[in-house]
Ligand binder design. Structure first.
Ligand code: GLU
Length: 290
């Protein structure tokens, strides 16, 4: 665990399921800039829990691209696929506290359930990412095969005696939220902690790793601002401290309103390099000194 007099610790935590693009370069470099300003340590974490999509070749390409743009990290990167037992231990804590339950409903089942509800004219609530909220424990089949572990968010809030969670936001949310931000994690419904095919989830593993690595400052894109309420809830349930958060701007394509995605190769750092763009050009394109 981190002590108050230690150096701040930052992490950049990409998922190697495609080539890095300008948006990742921006996130890496802003992490590095803030870490340097704070005299902090900069770590790299490989978020490769989806071992089918995150390949060693993509990870190697990712590290090469990061070095190319001048991102430097201390210590060996932590690779999530090598730490499934840590996530399992955290899941066990939640199961033993009676706050996690086995869910039998697949993504297809949930889609069908929601489509049926919406056919009668009532809009089904969505989470901040636009996915239909999970209907809840009451809709589980008693004897079906479990496909996932889910957090019972209402029970979790009651266990902690809270309605909302709060965190220190040094950047900004989509509505300009900053300072002490409060949010209700129930906006995510009973979110997934682990699946049958991937024995953890993004929310669980990111929270466990931020704690185990003693991260003091989470700097990441504004698209993950809303996820922070789920992360804060897990931190409180697992007895972890709370890092500070800095959610930064997203880099948009000129004239576009949607964020860059790894599936689009045109702005990948590789494609730019192959087209003769220099690392200095890339840094300038996203607002850093060459
Ligand atoms: N692995 C996540 C991503 O690539 C980022 C996780 C985080 O910074 O919390 O989008």
């Amino acid at each position: 665990m981190r002590r108050a007099d230690d150096r701040p610790i930052f992490r950049f935590a990409p998922s190697p399921n495609g080539f890095l693009h300008l948006g990742h370069a921006y996130s890496a470099l802003i992490n590095q800039q803030l870490a340097r300003e704070a005299g902090g340590q900069m770590l790299l974490r490989i978020e490769d829990i989806d071992v089918a999509r995150c390949t060693p070749a993509l990870e190697a390409a990712m590290e090469e691209d990061l070095r190319w743009i001048g991102f430097e990290w201390e210590a060996e990167p932590r690779r999530q696929s090598e730490h499934f037992e840590d996530y399992r231990a955290a899941l066990d804590v939640l199961v033993e506290a009676g706050l996690a339950y086995r869910s039998t409903l697949s993504r297809g089942d949930i889609r069908a359930f929601v489509a049926e509800k919406e056919a009668t004219g009532t809009a089904w609530p969505r989470d901040p990412d636009g996915a239909p909220l999970f209907p809840g424990r009451a809709y589980e089949a008693v004897d079906g095969d479990a496909v996932a572990w889910r957090l019972d968010v209402a029970a979790a809030k009651a266990h902690l005696g809270i309605e909302t969670v709060a965190w220190e936001e040094l950047g900004q949310g989509p509505e300009g939220e900053s300072g002490l931000v409060e949010a209700d994690p129930a906006q995510w419904g009973d979110f997934v902690l682990a699946r049958r095919d991937v024995p953890t989830s993004y929310h669980l593993s990111v929270v466990v790793d931020d704690a185990l690595q003693g991260i003091s400052d989470v700097v990441r894109g504004r698209d993950l601002f809303a996820a922070t309420s789920a992360h804060a809830l897990l931190q409180d349930l697992l007895g972890y401290g709370r890092p500070r958060y800095f959610h930064h701007d997203l880099i948009l394509e000129p004239g576009e309103t949607r964020k860059l995605s790894k599936s689009r190769d045109d702005t990948s750092l590789r494609a730019l390099r192959q087209a003769g763009v220099t690392a200095g050009d890339v840094r300038r394109m996203i607002g850093f000194e060459a």
